[in-house]
Design a protein around this ligand. Structure first.
Ligand code: AMP
Length: 543
């Protein structure tokens, strides 16, 4: 027997309709190439979104066609999100920081028909135009007055495209499993792989994100996603923040600029900001150098890489800001876990609270997780056993775009193998110790490179740290610590090793420390361990 509940498709356009009716006066603030501080309301933004939908309807596209964006965080990009997906097309967000060859591959693989591009990114596309010739036209996200001279074919300014369109648009109703957005993973090896989200997964993910034990998001919040709209849908913020009517602040191309971020956080009275650890380094440094405090920010969500304990403490001690560490992946929409307290935490000491925050967190309802050993046998949640982390749930990918049946990332019993290695403690808090491919095995035991790196960056003299395994005649592999010194600081190998003493297991202490000027990163800011291992291929540990 079936229930007696209305048939209603979970569509992205329903978020927009709800927000338009209930939160029309909420503000969206954007830094843009053509406007240093643009302000509009939800109602204005959604009126323009309907105009854009009318313009898209004239491009001769079919449902499911891909329209790409190469753009920074601002209100026009948000309009693209809603107009493209709401019309039944697929919003394909592309990371402009990828190598040109990867961008060419991605555009051609996705068969993007049109591309929306930020004026600052036009030169990049002009250079590769000949290799993406199937794209029919380009919309430059500005007005005619600021339109750059460009050789891109059928180039039109965004404002000219939508300017004469009606702002009446009936959002089509279709199956909630229809694809809505496409994002390619920033894998360190092989071709990028496309993750294809649908309307249902997006809405369920948004519900999970706003929950109290996740982001605790509401209409009185003001949210600043420093995480780019081209990186896993800015972690879902364009959907969940709009769903509940939070004010939105978009930093445009100024994402890595500590001073701009500080000013935005203060002037706009941002309560929640989200980003990877590196952007917060820039912000904290600026606040430290200028002796200023963050007066409005209540919480930061930090993910995408392990969060150093020193950062959690500085946010707490200098700014009264609570860090929520989150873990997820492009393949997971991206949310998997969040490090928020659970009942019993009232009795925790401040240090115990920090220990919780240094973990990736508890799985949100909707994400099942397990850790397994090499034989696929599930391991206990005892906080000690390490294993390959696997997940499943309604917003986790079941395959990759146009690679159906060809992904070795899924197990026979339907779990997604994240490629991360983790422990889970009896309270359900998961901690990432490594990527499967980066694990250091010394004498048959795993050493967590992430723990060693985090402990190392706790030293004031360390700007960045990476740990890799190098061959060792007796132990097979031993850790090597690679460090970028903080500016103007004297720090020796012995200082560093002495600092680690007593903070991590004795046999985890690296056999050597080397100082470098640069550590290679992927386009999404992750350390490229493969490259680092290549760089140190000829390195020999001191005997
Ligand atoms: P991406 O798909 O680019 O978002 O990258 C996902 C990967 O980033 C995960 O599989 C992890 O390896 C890493 N990652 C994300 N969040 C965290 C975290 N809180 N701690 C450690 N690693 C993380």
């Amino acid at each position: 027997m079936q229930g007696l509940i209305m048939e209603s498709q979970l569509l992205i356009s329903s978020i927009l309709k709800h927000a338009d009716r209930n939160f029309g006066d909420r503000e969206i603030v954007s830094i843009k190439a053509d406007d240093p501080l643009h302000r509009c309301t939800y109602a204005e933004c959604f009126r323009r979104t309907r105009q854009l939908a009318n313009a898209l309807a004239k491009l001769g596209l079919s449902r499911g066609d891909r329209i790409a964006t190469l753009a920074w965080n601002d209100h026009r990009h948000l309009e693209c999100y809603y107009a493209i997906a709401g019309s039944g097309f697929v919003c394909h967000t592309i990371n402009p920081r990828l190598f040109p060859e990867q961008i060419i591959f991605i555009i051609n693989h996705a068969e993007d028909r049109w591309i929306f591009v930020d004026p600052l990114i036009v030169p990049l596309l002009e250079k590769i135009a000949a290799q993406i010739s199937a794209v029919e036209g380009f919309v430059v996200m500005t007005d005619d007055a600021h339109m750059p001279e460009t050789s891109l074919k059928n180039a039109v300014s965004y404002e000219a495209l939508i300017g004469s369109e009606s702002d009446l648009f009936e959002w089509p109703v279709f199956d909630e499993r229809t694809a809505s957005a496409l994002c390619y993973t920033s894998g360190t090896t092989g071709d990028p792989k496309g993750v294809l989200y649908d309307h249902r997964s997006t809405i369920l993910h948004a519900y999970a994100e706003v929950m109290p034990d996740t982001l605790n998001l509401g209409s009185t919040d003001c949210v600043l996603p420093v995480v780019p709209l081209f990186h896993v849908n800015a972690w879902g913020i364009p959907y969940c923040a709009v769903m509940v009517g939070s004010k939105l602040v978009f930093p445009g191309p100024k994402m890595g600029d500590g001073e701009t971020l500080y000013n935005l956080l203060e002037q706009e009275q941002v309560t929640l900001a989200l980003g990877v650890p590196t952007v917060w380094l820039a912000l904290l440094q600026y606040a430290r150098d200028t002796g200023q405090k963050l007066n409005h920010l209540q919480r930061t969500v930090i993910g995408g890489a392990a969060v150093p304990e020193a950062m959690i403490r500085e946010f707490r001690d200098a700014h009264d800001v609570t860090v929520i560490q989150a873990w997820g992946m492009t393949e997971m929409s991206p949310l998997g876990t969040a490090s928020t307290p659970k009942s019993g935490s009232e009795n925790w000491t401040p240090d115990e609270y920090i220990q919780m925050q240094t973990k990736a967190g508890r799985s949100v309802f909707g994400v099942e997780m397990r850790i397994v050993n090499d034989a696929g046998v599930e391991l206990p949640w005892d906080g000690v056993a390490y294993g390959a982390l696997q997940v499943r749930g309604p917003w986790i990918c079941s395959g990759y775009f146009k690679l159906e049946g060809n992904s070795d990332a899924h197990t026979d019993d339907g779990w997604f193998d994240t490629g991360d290695v983790a422990t889970i403690n009896p309270d359900g808090y998961m901690a990432i110790t490594d990527r499967t491919k980066d694990v250091i095995k010394s004498g048959g035991e795993w050493i967590s490179s992430i723990d060693v790196e985090n402990t190392a960056v706790g030293h004031d003299g360390v700007a960045e740290a990476a740990v890799i395994g190098v061959p060792h005649p007796k132990w097979t592999e031993r850790p090597l610590l690679v460090i970028i010194r903080a500016e103007g600081v004297e720090l020796s190998r012995d200082d560093m090793l002495a600092w680690l003493e007593g903070k991590i297991a004795k046999w985890w202490i690296p056999d050597d420390v080397v100082f470098v000027d640069e550590i290679p990163h992927t386009a999404t800011g992750k350390i490229k361990k493969i490259e680092l291992r290549k760089q140190f291929a000829d390195y020999r540990l001191p005997s």
